[in-house]
Each structure stands twice: as C-alpha cells, then as structure tokens.
Design a protein around this ligand. Structure first.
Ligand code: MCF
Ligand code: FE
Length: 405
C-alpha cells in the first residue's frame, strides 16, 4: 500500500471537486481518500509519498497518436489537408522506416513525462506493438485498416488481420488490441464492414478519422472538389463510398472514437451519445484544416476528449503543450471554465469513453495518478488554469499504482 499526501487533489470527478490537504491510499487501485492522519492509522505499514506542497490528479489519456510518424520534423506539408495527404503518401514508408525503436521509445517517454498514462496508438504497419507493450504505459492499440481499390480488398484485409493477430500476442490489461477504420474517403465499405463486424463480435474499441477537412465534407456530400480530382488520378469515375450519415451507420452499436469532426456539426445529432465520442486534436487541426465547434459538441451531449495526434501533424507530443493549444484555440469559451473542461475531458470523460475504470481520484478506480509541482494560487478557482499555464512535465507518474517516472 502507498499513501500520497498532497496539498491539492484534483479529483476530476463529475463536480470537478478539488480537495485540500488530503491524502490518497492506493495499491493497484485507489483504496481510500481521507486526511493523511486518518490514512496512516488505517494503513500503518503503507509507503508514504510526501508531496505536501504539490498537486495530485488522475493521469491523462491521449487517445490518438501515430507513433510510426515520430521521425517527422518538416517532411510533410501543412496549410491544406489534400496538400498534406499528398506529402504523406509520398513519404510515409520512409518516415515509418526512419522511426526506429529509439525514436518511438523517446516519443512514448515524452508522453509519460507529460503525465499521460494511457495512449491510443493508431498503427498503420504494426511493427511498434512490442515497444508499446513493453513501455510501461497503457496502450489501446488501434490496428488501422484502409484501401479503396476494389481489386485489392483481400490484400488489404490480409495486411490488417495479420497486424491485428500479431497485436493479440501482447494483449493484457495494459495493452488492448483495437481497430481503426482510417476514414470514409480511404476505406472501402467491404473492408469497413468486415473490420467492424470483428469489432462487434469481440467487443473491440474502434477509432476513425471523420470529416477532418472541408474537402472531405464536399466529397462525401456532393462527390466533387479536391478529393475527386486527387482520387481521379488513381482510377476513373470515382465516387464516394458513403455519405456522412451512411458512414456513421456502420458504427451502430460500437464504442467508437470519431477523430477531428471539424466539419461534422450538422451530423452530431446522429451520433450515439452513449457509445460515440469526439476526439479533438487542436494543433493538428490548425495545421491541416480548422478548429472543432466545441460549443456544438457540448450542446449535442457528445462526450469530448483531447489528443495530440502524431508528429505527422504536430510539433510536440507533450500533453500540456496540446492542452495549452486547446486553451488558446477555443477563445470563445470562458477561460476558467475551459481549463476545467480540458482537464476533465482528458481524464474522466476520456476514460468513460474508452470503457476504462480510471480517470478519477475515487476509491475503486485504477491508480493512474500524476503529481504536479505545487503552484501558489489566490483561489482554488484559478488552479486548473494555472496548472495548464505553468506545467511542462509532471513530477511523478503512477500507472496501476506503480511509479513509472
Ligand atoms: O490524424 C492525422 C490526419 N488525418 C489522417 N491521417 C493521419 C494523421 N496522421 C497520420 N495519419 C496517417 C493515417 O493513419 O496518414 C495516413 C494513414 O495511415 C494517411 S492515408 C495513406
Ligand atoms: Fe490521426
């Protein structure tokens, strides 16, 4: 048993309660939250972690990253989604070839140091599974499927299922194999259906990029625009596989993370509010398209979480960098309110959407806890904001009760 003594505990519970001068008793799970004096009476043999000047909070969840792109610095072109996509197609084999073990391990370490315990890895090639499984972090390992050419469907399926079966070898409570349908413009309905049936039968989590750019919206709604011109280079008489609505129907009954959704406002009403959530990647969205309509997400009662995306469309995998970007991006929100929303979305809400028993400092939850260097504030109301403004790295990170930094 361990006891953390802290100046503040950000519980990230539904009321966003902040406790003062309290302590947390935990092993793999959180056992009890009470005064330090009380807890040492109940657990006299516990190991004491004295962070009396610091802040304890649930570790972050970064549900969407592409580690295979971690070697990118400036090889990809930004400012327009299609321009970016063309540069990805040209360089993605090279980039993934350069993303040697060391680069991927460094990327994971950056994330851990910024207080992320749980990472959603989108895997295009599958070679990083073992590194992820051995990293100490908790991984949802989303095996990506894509392919639009109806003549290559069985090749694309074989690639996916080989990757998926390989990921099953590492399966544990901290390495959870899952499925990623790349996007409606890149994944043939036959592939999507087959992969989603697999997800349904095995209760797997699913992730998909959805309505990330205006080009994608135009393509799915009207079958024209830049996507038509670009896809027309590969085959003639190209037509969209789905409308936005028919694409959403494929995810019926499946716990799914819809990534980006920058141009999806008018389709929010068709999301399953219990099973479907939106993952926003503020930096990536700025580089490739636009910002998410956050107000509309909340008005539609859709659960939100926040992710870095990969270094394919970001300059940092540090979660505090991403949260600060979110804070400055969504300037139509009250500053203090948004600070709380961002911390809540990256812990409690994200855990719920992934079906994980963590993300809240509450007895019974898995002990994924980070310690943040104490900040003097005039009022507790300012604490969430000041944490976002001043933190780059956490002081300590516990995953499933074990110190991993
Ligand atoms: O999330 C960003 C932007 N949207 C779509 N895809 C990707 C992102 N970062 C990397 N990707 C990958 C994706 O997984 O780029 C490829 C896919 O493998 C594009 S399609 C060949
Ligand atoms: Fe992505």
């Amino acid at each position: 048993m361990k006891i953390i003594k802290a100046k503040y505990i950000l519980t990230c519970n539904d009321n966003f309660d902040i406790l003062e001068d309290s302590a947390i008793a935990f092993d793999e799970h959180i056992k009890q939250i009470s005064s330090f004096d009380n807890l040492i009476k109940i657990y006299p043999d516990a190991q004491i972690m004295d962070f009396k000047d610091d802040i304890a909070m649930p570790a972050f969840i970064n549900p969407h990253v592409h580690l295979e792109f971690s070697s990118n610095v400036s090889s990809l072109d930004y400012g327009d989604f299609i321009v970016w996509l063309k540069s990805v197609i040209k360089t993605r084999d090279n980039l993934s070839e350069q993303a040697k073990n060391k680069i991927i391990k460094n990327a994971i370490t950056t994330m851990l140091k910024s207080g992320i315990s749980t990472m959603g890895e989108i895997s295009s090639f599958g070679n990083e599974a073992e590194i992820c499984a051995d990293s100490g972090a908790r991984f949802i390992f989303f095996n990506e499927i894509l392919g639009s050419n109806s003549e290559n469907l069985s090749d694309n399926w074989d690639k996916f299922i080989t990757k998926f079966n390989n990921s099953l070898k590492f399966k544990s409570d901290k390495f959870i194999p899952a499925v990623s349908i790349h996007s409606p413009y890149s994944t043939h309905p036959k592939l999507a259906k087959r992969a989603l049936d697999l997800a349904r039968q095995n209760n797997l989590l699913v992730s998909t990029h959805f309505l990330e750019s205006e080009h994608e919206k135009r393509w799915l709604e009207n079958g024209n625009g830049e996507f038509k011109i670009w896809l027309g280079n590969f085959s003639k008489d190209v037509k969209p596989f789905y409308t936005p609505k028919s694409f959403l129907n494929y995810f019926d009954g499946i716990r799914t993370l819809f990534i980006h959704c920058v141009f999806a406002d008018e389709y929010f009403e068709y999301f399953d509010k219990n099973l479907h959530c939106i993952t926003t990647c503020p930096v990536s969205n700025r580089l490739l398209s636009n910002k998410l309509n956050l107000k509309k997400v909340f008005d539609s009662n859709i659960s939100l979480n926040i992710a870095t995306d990969g270094l394919s469309s970001n300059i940092s995998l540090n979660f505090f960098d991403e949260l600060r970007a979110a804070l400055f991006t969504h300037s139509d929100f009250d500053l203090l309110e948004l600070s709380k929303i961002l911390l809540f979305s990256s812990t409690n809400a994200a855990a719920k959407s992934l079906g994980l028993e963590l993300g809240v400092i509450k007895s019974g939850k898995i002990a994924d806890i980070s310690i943040i260097k104490g900040i003097s504030v005039n009022s507790k109301e300012q604490l969430a904001l000041e944490i976002l403004l001043h933190t780059k790295f956490v002081k300590k990170l516990y995953i499933k009760g074990n110190e991993c930094l």
